[in-house]
Design a protein. Structure first.
Length: 309
């Protein structure tokens, strides 16, 4: 019987803490445990500390997880809570994604300062975004748009916008909802217009491989539909060696034992794009995502990826 608190690793941003609090609340409800049986351990990551450059310039997604995963691997943490879209497709040996919470709205939110919608922005308007996926899709839709780098926590980006550094910015709607700031969105972009990042809106819990005590603890809060959808999207990403260096979008919906997926790769300037859709049994989520990845890779040809690394 567990007598000391479970130690949960997380980043310290308001969004990361909100996600961790949600995970803790679900575990408390599932097991009838008091709050003091869960100790939240806040860790600073390199990705949090370096905010003046794009992730693609300083090492990619792993910068948000390295310090946390080191303590998880050593046993100093029992498990860790992450935004699924921040997770590299290849995890360190000995660690795995053990559970996924029910997915929040995966769409992107447009926050306009000088226009309420993306299409209403004046010619030559400036959008702040650090996401290559968003940048490439925005340039594809509006080649006249200028994109500048916006990094930092949500409040930092909103402050930059309010200070006039850009005419608009985009953020994950799920993140805004989780910190009760969804009201700042002036437009919610349909995935048919702007395809989300793989795993956007999904919280994942990382644990050590083979730790049955933690696996049993987390099992009741795992959402199968989210797990299937994110597995499909991450498989697509893995085939394409996806990281923060690559403009890749993908979104799957798992419902009634079936899964539908749409994936896309773009050149950073948005001038070239290859996309595919696939549908099949949800139990084949990983295979379907990988097949979609191979499809767009073959369609693009090897030259498409020149300069991506």
């Amino acid at each position: 019987m567990q007598t000391k608190p479970f130690r949960i690793g997380t980043r310290g941003s308001p969004l990361a803490l909100a996600q961790t609090h949600e995970t803790r609340a679900r575990l408390m409800a599932a097991h009838g445990l008091p709050e003091d049986m869960f100790e939240i351990v806040v860790l600073s990551t390199k990705g949090d500390r370096i905010t003046d450059r794009a992730l693609s310039e300083i090492g990619g997604k792993g910068l948000f997880t390295e310090e946390i995963e080191a303590q998880l691997y050593s046993g100093d943490l029992d498990f860790a809570v992450h935004s699924s879209k921040d997770m590299p497709t290849r995890l360190p040996d000995g660690l795995e994604l053990e559970a996924f919470l029910p997915r929040e709205d995966p769409r992107d939110a447009f926050i306009g300062r000088t226009a309420p919608t993306f299409l209403e922005l004046p010619p030559g308007a400036t959008i702040g975004s650090a996401s290559l996926r968003r940048q490439a899709q925005l340039r594809r839709l509006r080649p006249d748009i200028k994109v500048i780098i916006f990094r930092g926590q949500v409040d930092t980006r909103l402050r930059k916008l309010a200070d006039g550094e850009a005419d608009a910015t985009l953020l994950a709607y799920a993140g805004l909802k989780r910190i009760a700031k969804e009201h700042v969105a002036t437009q919610i972009l349909d995935p048919e217009i702007l395809l989300p990042a793989p795993a956007q809106g999904a919280i994942c819990v990382e644990a050590r491989v083979g730790d049955r005590r933690i696996a049993d603890l987390l099992a009741p809060i795992n959402d199968p539909s989210t797990s299937e959808a994110v597995t499909c999207e991450r498989s697509f990403l893995a085939v394409l060696d996806g990281s923060c260096r690559t403009p890749i979008a993908g979104y799957a919906v798992s419902d009634g034992g079936r899964i539908r997926f749409r994936g896309m790769i773009l050149t950073p300037d948005g001038s070239l794009c290859h996309e595919t859709t696939i549908e099949g049994a949800a139990s084949d989520a990983a295979e379907l995502g990988a097949k979609a990845g191979h499809t767009v890779r073959a369609a693009a040809g090897t030259s498409f990826f020149d300069g991506w690394t």
